[in-house]
Design a protein around this ligand. Structure first.
Ligand SMILES: Cc1cc2nc3c(=O)[nH]c(=O)nc-3n(C[C@H](O)[C@H](O)[C@H](O)COP(=O)(O)O)c2cc1C
Length: 478
């Protein structure tokens, strides 16, 4: 029997604090004005995208005391933006990235339940754990969580939030003016949760929202992150947008689902991806080179290299060869808030590889950094890009993509008018929203609330107390 043709899921990622966004492009606009968010979200909705997506950065990143000048500096609060967008859109899902390390379950559950009400069932939560103490300095708790504890907390954080979302299950607001009865039962919203991370009890003050629970995303690539996603999330915001790594990641995480009593359909894999469109493939390829150069200026190339070398390289010419001097491995990282510390476990070996590659290919610092940091996934005419996206989805390298344009807010205008109609003509993408909730757009079943098996480290954790809790929990964090 031939494999059924998969429908593609597409989402619009409003760019965040990194050098993907070419803010210096004449077509680029504000990253703070509501008009930009509105244009971006409404274009994605016109194109029938599944959802609008916001990543999260909780501190301005810096190096040597300077903000990265190609980063888009500043990022307004996620819930404020998504709530405002709920009022100017009707169908598109609204996904916010919210950290489980520095927040509290009650607040976060209340915010997502409220967003789900205000948007009539379009809320989704991308659960991230964050890793760096630099970000943590902004918060009361600081960077106190060890790597192995982050997913332990995330897992119980999510479970606690679920208990709060479910705390109104079976209870209704009667608001019966005749009898004077407001609630169907005075127990509505009661909860109690006590474990290593949370010791809370009380009343949740937001009644059950249209989706009952927001759609759950996970972003994080470690074994612990993958296990967390397989156990508890509806979708993964991933980093593997190429065919072979995508297929390997897809098979890996989908292969973990069975032990949690879940099927392949219960978890969508949606990698981040970029695109460059042209009237022809050749024109797009030319434009892609220009975009890459704009994304990695000489100064940015030096900053990137400094993240590996861990020393001031401002005296080096970005159009010249790589430094002879070795990275500084003696002290703290100079790169504040970047993933570089985790990426370069052995800086000396990584620097050697960089030098060898630059020498072998005859590349300058800037040229090498363009190669190393380039994030272009789909390049070509609308026809070509539609085919590339479809091929990856049909090959099970992904279920769709969370697309990040390099221009804000107009980065989807051409995509909506050219690529989407081709996918629609080919029967791969919806021409109308069929449902009203994000869960329906994504083809996800309603949340399972029957008690299920707790596995791994979670099995040993104190059980959640309130009724109706799904006890699926990840053996994560190792
Ligand atoms: C594709 C992707 C996107 C991410 N986006 C964010 C983000 O927007 N905000 C954030 O704080 N962390 C983000 N993270 C970091 C993850 O939350 C997580 O903290 C980090 O990857 C460490 O988890 P890991 O050990 O499982 O990789 C992202 C990670 C990945 C892989």
């Amino acid at each position: 029997m031939s494999k059924p043709v998969k429908q593609i899921h597409l989402a619009a990622h409003f760019p965040g604090v990194n050098n993907t966004t070419v803010w210096s492009d004449p077509a680029a606009g504000s990253h703070i004005d509501f008009a930009s968010f509105k244009h971006f979200a409404q274009t994605a909705e016109r194109a029938k995208f599944d959802f609008f997506f916001l990543a999260e950065g909780l501190r301005l990143r810096e190096q040597g005391g300077q903000i990265y000048d190609l980063d888009v500096v500043g990022r307004p609060d996620t819930f404020t933006v998504l709530s405002a967008l709920a009022a100017v859109t009707d169908r598109i899902g609204l996904t916010g990235t919210i950290n489980s390390t520095f927040n509290e379950p009650y607040e976060v559950a209340r915010q997502f339940a409220s967003l789900d009400h205000l948007s009539e069932g379009r809320a989704a939560w991308n659960v991230v754990t964050s890793w760096d103490a630099f970000t943590g300095e902004n918060f009361r708790r600081g960077g106190y969580l060890a790597e192995e504890d982050r997913y332990d907390r995330a897992q119980t954080f999510l479970r606690t939030a679920w208990e709060l979302f479910d705390s109104w299950d079976g209870y209704r607001i009667e608001a019966d003016k005749e009898s004077g009865v407001f609630l169907s039962d005075p127990k509505a919203g009661t909860f109690e949760h006590r474990d290593r991370h949370f010791d809370i009890a009380g009343r949740f003050n937001v009644p059950t929202s249209p989706q009952e629970r927001p759609v759950i995303f996970q972003a994080g690539d470690s074994d612990g992150g993958r296990e967390f996603a397989a156990a508890a999330s509806d979708a993964i915001f991933g980093r593997h947008s190429q065919l072979e790594p995508g297929k390997a990641f897809y098979a890996d995480v989908k292969g973990r689902l069975a032990k949690y009593g879940r099927t392949h359909e219960d978890l969508l894999i949606l990698p981040a991806a970029t695109f460059v469109l042209g009237d022809t493939d050749a024109e797009a390829a030319e434009l892609a080179v220009e975009v890459r150069r704009a994304q990695v200026s000489g100064q940015t190339a030096i900053k990137f290299l400094e993240q590996l070398w861990n020393r001031d390289l401002s005296a080096y010419d970005p159009d010249g060869p790589l430094p002879e001097i070795d990275p500084d491995v003696s002290g703290d990282s100079i790169s504040k808030g970047r993933a570089a510390d985790r990426m370069y476990r052995d800086r000396i070996a990584a620097a050697r590889e960089y030098r060898e590659e630059a020498e072998a290919k005859g590349l300058s610092i800037r040229e090498l950094m363009i190669e190393k940091t380039s994030r272009q996934s789909f390049i070509g005419s609308a026809e070509t890009v539609a085919t590339q996206i479809d091929e990856l989805v049909q090959a099970d390298a992904a279920d769709g993509f969370i697309l990040v344009p390099h221009i804000t807010p107009g980065g989807f205008d051409v995509f909506a008018d050219t690529v989407v109609p081709i996918l629609q003509e080919r029967g791969r993408f919806r021409t109308e929203y069929e449902g009203t909730t994000l869960r329906e757009h994504l083809g996800l079943a309603k949340p399972r609330k029957t008690p299920s098996v707790a596995v791994g480290s979670a099995a040993a954790a104190p059980a959640a107390v309130s009724a109706g809790t799904e006890a699926v929990a990840a053996g994560a964090g190792r």
